[in-house]
Design a protein around this ligand. Structure first.
Ligand SMILES: Cc1cc2nc3c(=O)[nH]c(=O)nc-3n(C[C@H](O)[C@H](O)[C@H](O)COP(=O)(O)O)c2cc1C
Length: 410
């Protein structure tokens, strides 16, 4: 049995021969179109994984010269017609450009995309050239950055008016294939996650001081809900917990500044104004932000303690707004979900007028990560520490050209 995305799966009633159930194939798991399939059932609109039995057959939707579907039988869902319209290569490139606007540790951009025109599937793979063997030996931060890029891709696809089915780690034999995203039918009335699109290119990491202004409860609730949509928890530490998190970050930052391997990785991914290396990755000097003169807000010093000519000093906030993203388990799938949730939170926060930043130093030292959690809250594995506030937005940092991170296949 072979199928394309958009074909119809029909399951006959064994007794009467009448069609018992039918659905649109919205996802393939093998490039040659053999089962199993993701099927959106016409009676329930639910998508399930199906291993067709002997009572099932495929109703093919023919593919014309431009990839436009043609009906070859009598019963074709309207959704199959509309959803079979292919994206042009220019649109595919725009979508991947949107995906790569995501944050990644040290702007290492540890991702690579493939788009399969015929099946209308994106694959997101880890690119180990963007890994940080010393700072991120388990590839946890790599998965989080790729999860953020996947979220941006989902937002951009929805903005284009398409629905998509996302599968995390779709091939157990290839753990570096982090996700597949299959384009399915046209988007309905829902505005999630397309409404986040305006923030995709305006979100930047801001390493500036923020105002000592409270974040309203309604905004905090919206951010917590954004994380929950990806089954990830978001909490705002306060009181003793905030103090303890700040101490752990300070301890980690001190270790980072005196650890030769950490410093070497930082140097590999930071770019001085006169740097001769390509300016398509890493954190450029103009994004370092000012040196902290006073205040409790933690900041990673991308200058690694050296003096940057013309870099100003500034007073940072004394009670910073930190937010912890956490998951119940600590597997690659959880790291990807944490990345999806993180990007949702950052995009939502940007739309709410907040500047956003990261302070993940304590996550990078095994013995400092566990105590970050609030043991009284049921919080298990802390995956990200964000810093939010009202202040100057960050500046745009470079990305690799889309052609370097995207392959388009027939
Ligand atoms: C897993 C992860 C950890 C990060 N840790 C920090 C950090 O500790 N301090 C910081 O200033 N930025 C941190 N960043 C932000 C990146 O440096 C930033 O995303 C990258 O330089 C690209 O810039 P942009 O976010 O402005 O697009 C982190 C990002 C990710 C995804």
């Amino acid at each position: 049995m072979h199928a394309h995305v958009g074909d119809q799966l029909i399951v006959e009633s064994p007794t009467t021969g009448a069609a018992k159930r039918d659905g649109e194939i919205v996802g393939l798991h093998h490039d040659d179109g053999t089962p199993p399939y993701d099927v959106r059932w016409s009676d329930s609109d639910q998508v399930t994984l199906v291993f067709p039995g002997p009572d099932a057959h495929i109703h093919h939707i023919g593919h014309g010269p431009e990839g436009q579907p043609e009906a070859t039988g009598h019963r074709v869902s309207a959704a199959a017609h509309r959803s079979a319209r292919p994206f042009s290569d220019a649109v595919v490139m725009d979508l991947v450009r949107d995906a790569t606007a995501a944050p990644s540790m040290h702007n290492a951009q540890p991702w690579r995309f493939r788009y399969f025109r015929r099946n209308r599937v994106f694959h997101l793979k880890a690119d180990l050239r963007g890994s940080l063997p010393h700072t991120d030996p388990e590839l946890r931060a790599l998965h989080i950055g790729c999860g953020a890029a996947l979220m941006n891709l989902r937002v951009a696809v929805a903005h284009e008016g398409r629905q998509a089915v996302t599968r995390l780690l779709p091939d157990p034999g290839d753990p570096m294939l982090l996700a597949s995203l299959t384009l399915t039918g046209p988007l309905g009335e829902e505005d999630d996650p397309a409404a986040l699109y305006p923030a995709v290119h305006t979100r930047h990491t801001s390493r500036y001081p923020f105002a000592e202004t409270a974040i309203p409860d309604s905004v905090r609730t919206a951010l917590v809900e954004a994380a929950h949509r990806e089954k990830v928890s978001l909490a705002f530490p306060s009181g003793w917990h905030l103090g303890s998190v700040l101490d752990l970050i300070q301890e980690a930052e001190t270790r980072n500044l005196t650890d030769a391997d950490t410093a070497a990785e930082l140097a590999r991914f930071t770019r001085r104004a006169d740097d001769a290396r390509p300016a398509t990755e890493g954190v450029p000097e103009h994004a370092f932000g000012p040196r902290r003169r006073t205040g409790k807000a933690p900041v990673r010093d991308f200058a690694g303690g050296r003096t940057v000519p013309g870099r100003p000093s500034a007073d940072f906030e004394s009670v910073p707004h930190l937010a912890l993203l956490s998951t119940a388990h600590d597997r690659p799938e959880d790291w990807l979900r944490a990345g999806l949730a993180m990007e949702r939170v950052l995009l939502r926060a940007t739309l709410e007028g907040l500047a956003t930043s990261f302070v993940t130093q304590a996550l990078e030292w095994h013995e400092l990560r566990w105590p970050l959690r609030d043991p009284t809250s049921g919080m298990a594995y802390v995956q990200m520490v964000l810093r939010l506030g009202y202040g100057r937005p960050g500046t745009r940092t470079p990305r690799r050209p889309v052609q370097d991170v995207l392959d388009v296949e027939p």
